[in-house]
Every structure is written in C-alpha cells, then in structure tokens.
Design a protein around this ligand. Structure first.
Ligand code: BTN
Length: 244
C-alpha cells in the first residue's frame, strides 16, 4: 500500500508537499514525514505548531476513483485508526473529539487535516495529514490556544518511530478499504471513543452557538445534537464543552 516514503528535516507543510503531487495526478501512497514544519496547517486556517523533533508530522496521499460522496465520514474514520494505533501501545484514556481530534486524558494529543484535490466527481485525491504532539517545550506550547497534552507525558518511553509505523499500519489499510466499507464500518468504534458522549456541549457553526446534548454521530459522520428536545445534525463546526 505504501508507494513512496519521504522523511524530511524541514518542510513548510507535509500536507502542502503531498498536495502538490496530487494536483499533478500522482502521489497515490506517498507518505511524507518531517522533523519540523515552518508553516504547519491546522483546521479552519489555523497554524499547527511543529518545532524540530517535537512531534510526528505525517501526510499520506491517496487517489480514490469516484465522487466525493465516497469520502463521507473519512476524517472520523481516520481518528479511529489513530486511536487504534495508540491503543496498541496501551496509551491510556484515548478518546476522540468530533470530528477527528485525538484526545488523551482530557486534552488534545493529535489533530487531523484532510485536504482534497481532483475533480471530485470521477476522481478524488485526498491528503490525510496527522500532527501528534510528542514533546512540546513550554515556549512553543504558549502558541496553542486549547488544552493540549503530549506523548512524553502520557506514555513516556514510546518512541516516535514505533508509533509512526503503527499509524501507517492502521491508516493505509483504512484508505484501501474505505470505498468498500465506508463510515458504516467505523461508526460504532467512533461512538465508543467519543470524549463528550451524552454531555452538554456547545457547537459553533459560523456565528451561531448551538447548545445541546451530544447524542452521537449519524451514518455520514454528522454530529447529532439534541436541542430543546429536537435532534439537529451538524456537518461542520467547532465543539466545546459547555462552559469551557
Ligand atoms: C488540527 O487543526 O487539529 C489539524 C492539525 C493537522 C496537522 C498536521 S501536521 C502534518 C500535516 N501537515 C500539515 O501542514 N498539517 C497536518
């Protein structure tokens, strides 16, 4: 499944690097890892802090035949694959925060950014980008605007190489089987890992804040929120625990 592996000292963004190849119609199975990113990208246009050797910065390119609908729920399924990789090493208390943040002991350990290329009707190129904190120094951490944790704190001694190998062992087969299995094959696992299952949360969608009880995800990966006795579906937005 692995096409080509590039391990770089420094790059602007591993996602940008793979996306360039995808735009040229290539890059299927390309994996790029970097020690440091100078312009790491986070979701919603945010920056992803990735100082030298302080984390795992990984991007995978994958070409899918078919329209963009076959990718429904993929980003949540990627979260499940990452949780499985961490659980192989008994990393304690691994959870997911919708749609695809990996949390550990109540704080964010890793984030996922999917970027698309291709015409999205017959051909979809996807870049799966994963950033995982391994040992962030206090200085770098000051730039992060949410509660975070790193691997060194939750599972000391677990090396980046072993974890990266496990992540690829989970992610590459997931990408291979996804057109056949879809999110249906991951929904139950995702729900079991849901950090905020059954809790009162806020969902920020554009300028609007929706408050309600998190009652899970539907078959497409949309978040289900019970607001005033009615179930509402959200395909995008930011979740936070009420009051945080
Ligand atoms: C998030 O906002 O939670 C998503 C963060 C994704 C960061 C990773 S690091 C490797 C890859 N390259 C990037 O520029 N971003 C992703």
């Amino acid at each position: 499944l692995l096409g080509e592996l590039q391990v770089l000292d420094q790059v602007d963004s591993t996602n940008a690097r793979v996306l360039d190849r995808m735009e040229a119609g290539a890059g299927h199975g390309l994996v790029v890892l970097a020690e440091q990113q100078t312009a790491g990208r986070g979701r919603r246009g945010r920056q992803w802090v990735s100082p030298f050797a302080a984390g795992i910065s990984l991007s995978i390119g994958w070409q899918f035949q078919g329209g963009v609908q076959i990718l429904e729920g993929l980003s949540l399924a990627v979260g499940v694959a990452l949780a499985r990789a961490l659980e192989r090493f008994d990393v304690p208390d691994v959870r997911l925060k919708w749609p695809n943040d990996v949390w550990c002991q109540g704080r964010k350990l890793a984030g996922v950014l999917l970027e698309l290329s291709g015409d999205l009707t017959d051909r979809c190129g996807v870049v799966v980008g994963v950033g995982l904190n391994v040992g962030l120094a206090e200085g770098a951490a000051r730039q992060i605007d949410q509660p975070w944790v790193d691997l060194a704190a939750v599972r000391p001694g677990l090396g980046r190489n072993s974890l990266t190998a496990a992540m690829l062992e989970e992610l590459l087969p997931l990408l291979e089987e996804y057109p056949r299995i879809g999110f249906a094959g991951y929904r139950e696992a995702w729900s079991r890992l849901d950090q905020f299952s059954g809790q009162e949360i806020s969902l920020y969608s554009g300028p609007t804040e929706w408050r309600g009880r998190n009652v899970g995800v539907d078959e497409s990966g949309a978040l289900l929120l019970e607001v005033d006795g009615e179930i509402r579906r959200f395909h995008g937005g930011e979740v936070s625990l009420r009051g945080r």
